[in-house]
Design a binder for this molecule. Structure first.
Ligand SMILES: *[C@@H]1O[C@H](CO)[C@@H](O)[C@H](O)[C@H]1NC(C)=O
Ligand SMILES: *[C@@H]1O[C@H](CO)[C@@H](O)[C@H](O)[C@H]1NC(C)=O
Ligand SMILES: *[C@@H]1O[C@H](CO)[C@@H](O)[C@H](O)[C@H]1NC(C)=O
Ligand SMILES: *[C@@H]1O[C@H](CO)[C@@H](O)[C@H](O)[C@H]1NC(C)=O
Length: 284
């Protein structure tokens, strides 16, 4: 009956009444093991906390410790998000109403009244430098007004449909925030320039830029970060497409033009440029 012997051997291993051992160890032996691990883990946790604490001491709240020499900013368009297409039928109000709503809510923080309350009137055409002196932080930092009305026909104030209702849609471009960037340093201010992508040239019609020439004024730079510059409003450029070809896809590419920003990097399709598709269906 080898099987039975085996079974009782197991039982004895788990609890041996003669030696009062549990799994081969006495209670005090188990206690010591637990104590050792407890102390060991408390020590590890302490070491971890000290390391993190020391690392945090070396970080500056207001700017990233590690950043590329000049990160090339990405660009984003509104009213669409990630999908980068604007497709609608002129006669079907519902097909473009979501775009109008998206622009309304996007531009709401740029209302003249909001900007006048939160931000200051800056000296145009020069960088708005607000450096910290050695140890005293010059915070919070002020930000410059960017008024919705400056987008004129694309502001949604004069033309409540941003041109969507008459097939001359507006697209708004913003440059992603890069802390400390001085675009167009030692040169003209950065500007947006859009053109046909591929052979869509004859379909694109004309474009009008707001503010004029599609510039981002120097006064909105540098950006000091969310914490230091709480009311910062990113400058915008709006492009109104007039006489786009109807019922066909039109591929558009917009680039940022600035002396110190590369927008033709083949490895990064999103650095300093953005492509999107427009398609307006219409019976006329
Ligand atoms: C901005 O202005 C628009 C149109 O005048 C208005 O509908 C909206 O409520 C305003 N938003 C804010 C936050 O003031
Ligand atoms: C940000 O806007 C608020 C609300 O208008 C204002 O009270 C505050 O002074 C502004 N802060 C800065 C740094 O401009
Ligand atoms: C479009 O641009 C061309 C040349 O750039 C100009 O001749 C034409 O008048 C413009 N059309 C409209 C409707 O603005
Ligand atoms: C737009 O660009 C033209 C030519 O580069 C320049 O003459 C004009 O002053 C610019 N307009 C504005 C408002 O910057």
């Amino acid at each position: 009956m080898a099987k039975d012997g085996n079974k009782s051997g197991w039982k004895e291993f788990i609890w041996n009444p003669r030696t009062r051992e549990f799994c081969g160890r006495t209670a005090s032996s188990w206690g010591l093991i637990l104590l050792f691990y407890l102390a060991f883990y408390i020590f590890l946790a302490g070491l971890f906390c000290v390391t993190i604490y020391v690392m945090l001491l070396t970080l500056d709240d207001n700017k990233p410790t590690y950043q590329d020499r000049l990160a090339t900013p990405g660009m984003m368009i509104r009213p669409t998000g990630e999908d980068l297409e604007i497709i609608y039928t002129k006669e079907n109000t519902e097909s473009w109403d979501t775009y109008v709503q998206a622009l309304n809510s996007f531009l709401s923080p740029y209302n003249n009244s909001v900007q006048e309350q939160n931000n200051m009137v800056c000296i145009p055409d020069e960088f708005f430098i607000q450096e910290d002196s050695d140890s005293v932080k010059n915070n919070p930092k002020r930000s410059c007004q960017f008024k919705r009305s400056w987008l004129e026909e694309c502001s949604g104030l004069t033309d409540l449909t941003y041109g969507y209702g008459n097939a001359n849609p507006c697209v708004i471009i913003k440059l992603n925030r890069v802390i400390g960037m001085l675009p167009g340093k030692d040169g003209p201010p950065p500007s947006v320039s859009c053109g046909p992508k591929g052979d869509d040239g004859d379909k694109m019609g004309n474009m009008t830029y707001f503010p004029p020439n599609g510039t981002f004024n120097h006064m909105y730079f540098p950006y000091y970060g969310k914490k230091a510059q709480v009311n910062y409003s990113q400058p915008l450029v709006a492009i109104k497409f007039t006489n786009l070809a109807r019922n066909v896809d039109v591929n558009v590419e917009c680039r940022i033009i600035a002396s110190n920003i590369q927008s033709n990097n083949d490895r990064d399709k999103f650095a300093g440029r953005i492509s999107f598709k427009l398609r307006i269906n219409s019976k006329d």
